[in-house]
Design a protein around this ligand. Sequence first.
Ligand code: KG4
Ligand code: ZN
Length: 340
Amino acid sequence: MKKDQWIMGIETSCDETAVAIIKNGREIAANIVASQIESHKRFGGVVPEIASRHHVEQITIVLEEAMKQAGISYGDLDAIAVTEGPGLVGALLIGVNAAKAIAFAHSIPLVGVHHIAGHIYANRLVAEMKFPLLSLVVSGGHTELVYMKEHGHFEVIGETRDDAAGEAYDKVARTLNLPYPGGPHIDRLAHNGEPKIELPRAWLEEDSYDFSFSGLKSAVINVIHNAEQRGDKIAPEDLAASFQASVIDVLVTKTVKAAKAYEVKQVVLAGGVAANTGLRTALEESFKELPDIELIIPPLSLCTDNAAMIAAAGSVLFEKGKRADLALNASPGLDITIHN
Ligand code: KG4
Ligand code: ZN
């Protein structure tokens, strides 16, 4: 009988200290996330030094909790997968060093994982992946369409030329005086408003799968300023609904177009903005019309940063023979295309 495979995932690239343990690549045995959002809220965004300090304080506690929840010992682990980049260098270093310390102390193989590969592989915890596959990656730092012809192969066919979708959400939220991170607040407001304010959609060149959200963000700010100057009142619900409609329109239209052009079997949603209820519904509606393409949308807990997704990607890369040694370093600008 084949022995079970146990992989530990460690994620500290931004403001969540997370450790997870998964069995046979797809079963979650433990998934612990310590969020620092409360500490960063009053600054309106993530403060790198504060993030690093929290990771140092939390990592051992989170590690112990994950091991306890999974009910295994270090000797049972087949590999430790850790986010090596991209992200905040000081934050990444805490996870990388923790992973190296455990790998060294218990002679366990180490696997470096790209953060976005992790977001994409969160989907493997939901359904088996079918190739060729297209992933729409929408997070606080990334907006990308990633084509995968097989496991571990990542080709970025479109990306944002300025702000990431999550970044645009957070900036617009700030102008509406909503707390950080603003995405969930805009999402909630949007449901109580009407998309009746005309806002631009950046389609870019006819054949481009790239995105651009900075013009939309500026348009929202202009609408607010113009209304203030005229002494008019704009319902924040309507502004949120109009902004959300514009973001979703572009994301969904380009995803559908790319899915058809690349003749993919599956489309998977990834990243923190994948928690957006409007985006989830719009994608479901569009792919209902395309029954040959399976759409996978992970549950909310697997969309935002977590370590189960890092372990899921690590499991596949480990099977493919990828290994890191104790010289593994944090790579804040790591490129996904050369990482597999
Ligand atoms: O993937 P993630 O947890 O961290 C990064 O790797 O960036 O994504 C965080 C981003 C934030 O910008 C946050 O505002 C956004 O995801 N977000 C949302 C929603 N929930 C989180 N954006 C829109 N609607 C949501 N419901
Ligand atoms: Zn992320």
